[in-house]
Design a protein around this ligand. Structure first.
Ligand code: PEP
Length: 252
């Protein structure tokens, strides 16, 4: 059984005061949610405040990116140890906005994943195709490339400490969600990649979150797919009410 994970990616939103107030507001929903793990990913400036507000609760804190070096002359970057120091347990790596805005490559994703694992952080590794790639029939080719490039050289034991997020780029922030069947098909494909590269039990245990315009109205249908092990939520994770509703999505 894979325990679902509901993670909120705040992107470049929220001040320190808004962070503390948001965490207080979602605590009751998180405490009620025995069925899933709850993670929020504030911007770097609010990580320590989020971790402090979340202390003693079920809410875990993720960063939205990390550098692969332990320290050094990398202006504007943050090292894995600094994220731990701020109270993070997880880190999002390879989000499509990093790939698009900052030229993130699979090779850099790979370095970041290895560095995060070494530091004891849980990487949430994002993959997903653009609209042109989907329409060109290249979805699986792109996913295979991102999977193999981003996770190259991991041992099965290291692989068992990561989670993945399938986020079709055309569904992020657009209000256009992949159908549950479409998402499940890509998740199945990624699990098959995992089986080939790392083994059957590692693939079976891998949690793959879906991301792309998840909202309180569509989360239950997505989560009803056995292949979907959680959600990485952008826009709808910014309001405590909608994030709480997603965390406690209707279940049979
Ligand atoms: C995301 O940023 O990872 C995301 C899925 O955003 P949204 O939910 O707004 O589409």
């Amino acid at each position: 059984m894979r325990k679902p994970v509901i993670a909120g990616n705040w992107k470049m939103y929220k001040t320190l005061a808004e962070t503390a107030s948001f965490i207080e507001k979602i605590k009751p929903a998180a405490e009620k949610a025995d069925h899933c793990e709850v993670v929020v990913a504030p911007p770097f400036t609010a990580l320590a405040a989020a971790a402090q507000a979340a202390r003693g609760s079920k809410v875990k804190v993720a960063a939205q990116d990390v550098h692969w070096d332990k320290e050094g002359a990398h202006t504007g970057d943050i090292a894995p140890g600094m994220l731990l120091d701020a109270g993070c347990t997880h880190v999002i790596i390879g989000h499509s906005e990093r790939r698009q805005d900052h030229g993130e490559t699979d090779e850099n994703v790979n370095r970041k994943v290895k560095a995060a694992l070494k530091a004891g952080l849980i990487p949430i590794v994002c993959v997903g195709e653009t609209l042109a790639e989907r329409e060109g029939g290249r979805t699986q080719e792109v996913l295979a490339c991102q999977f193999q490039g981003g996770l190259a050289g991991l041992t099965p034991s290291e692989f068992s400490r990561i989670m993945m997020a399938y986020e079709p780029v055309w569904a992020i922030g657009t209000g256009r969600t992949a159908t549950p069947e479409m998402a499940a098909e890509s998740h199945r494909f990624l699990r098959e990649q995992a089986r080939k590269a790392f083994g059957a039990s590692e693939a079976e245990a891998l949690r793959i979150l879906y991301g792309g315009s998840v909202k309180p109205e569509n989360v239950a249908a997505l989560m009803a797919q056995g292949e979907i092990d959680g959600a990485l939520v952008g826009g709808a994770s910014l309001k405590a009410e909608s994030f709480s509703a997603i965390v406690n999505y209707p279940r049979d």
